[in-house]
Design a protein around this ligand. Structure first.
Ligand code: SAM
Length: 293
């Protein structure tokens, strides 16, 4: 297996600058192009994701190939999906030493990832690693989970506040619909905090790497998953509202006062409880009660 010296890798800022200048590359804000330039952070991502030589890793957004070099040296195979065609010639050069990397030019949102896993890995679970524009990270994570793409874990760089929201539990100010959506599918673990000076160019915000290890079975059973997430969204729509007012105010749900009151009481919850106090198990129980009628 090829191993480049640390000084030869793109995590060395000099190498990144060299490549950017050679190709006259212009960073595109709309694609969230901030490239990592810190080898320690990259080592921690690879270790945090638990990448080993048996793995097929899907990297979303390789950029100039900085993380891809680390992945290629640790994994069996890497498939890297990059949307910006201007990066393709660069990737060809920076990944030339590796024979276990395949670059796909595509918008990841347009790919059928379950099919990709079937074709490339015989349907066996893969690992996903990504450092993406923040505005598409959450939709991608949710799509991977909801579409049941076979995967072991997803390790992503997100805004520090988003990592806190994904990991938060009831009662915390960060707890919300995103916490519950993520924790229904996966166990979150913060791998590293990443200050903005680890990127070129520097973003305005600090980041964190979070690993989401997919559950084999969801931690709670619920009769209607879709209804549960509608209830969760309604409960957090306006944070200061009680659960009851959240349920009644939802455009999606059409629940009247008597029904909401009865279900809340039957679930053993105080009438004035707020959504932010409920655990995932309590949302599941409430969903089953509301689904009965
Ligand atoms: N992984 C590299 C690193 O850590 O240095 C680059 C990360 S950069 C924050 C995000 C990368 O994702 C960019 O190369 C960008 O062009 C790519 N990207 C943005 N949107 C994408 C999409 N929808 N599908 C695939 N790649 C995308």
């Amino acid at each position: 297996m090829v191993k480049l010296a640390e000084t030869e890798k793109l995590s060395n800022p000099k190498k990144t600058i060299e490549v950017i200048q050679k190709y006259g590359f212009n960073f595109q804000k709309r694609f969230g192009q901030n490239f990592l330039i810190d080898g320690h952070v990259l080592d921690r991502i690879i270790a945090g994701a638990g990448v080993c030589e048996d793995d097929l890793v899907l990297e979303i957004g390789p950029g100039i190939g900085t993380m891809t070099q680390y992945l290629a040296e640790a994994a069996g195979r890497v498939i890297a999906v990059e949307v910006d065609k201007n990066l393709l010639p660069i990737l060809e050069e920076t990944l030339a030493p590796y024979d276990n990397v395949k670059v796909i030019h595509a918008d990841v949102l347009s790919l059928d990832l379950s099919r990709l896993v079937e074709e490339e890995n015989g349907g066996r679970p893969i690992k996903v690693v990504a450092n993406l524009p923040y505005y598409i990270t959450t939709p991608i994570i949710m799509a991977l989970f909801e579409q049941h793409v076979p995967l072991e874990n997803v390790t992503v760089m997100v805004q520090k506040e988003v990592a806190a929201r994904m990991k938060a539990g009831p009662g915390s100010k960060d707890y919300g619909a995103l916490s519950l959506a993520v924790q229904y599918y996966a166990e979150p673990y913060i791998v590293a905090n990443v200050p903005c000076n680890c990127f070129m160019p520097r973003p305005n915000v600090d980041s964190a790497v979070i690993r989401l290890t997919r559950f084999k079975e969801p931690p709670v059973r619920v009769s209607d998953e879709r209804l549960m997430f509608q209830i969760i969204r309604a409960s957090f729509n306006q944070r200061r509202k009680t659960l009851m007012n959240g349920l009644r105010g939802s455009q999606e749900l059409h629940i009247d006062k008597a029904r909401a009151e009865a279900a809340i009481a039957e679930a053993g919850l105080p009438a004035a409880v707020r959504g932010e106090a409920l655990t995932l198990a309590q949302f599941a129980a409430l969903t089953d009660l509301l689904a009965e009628v």
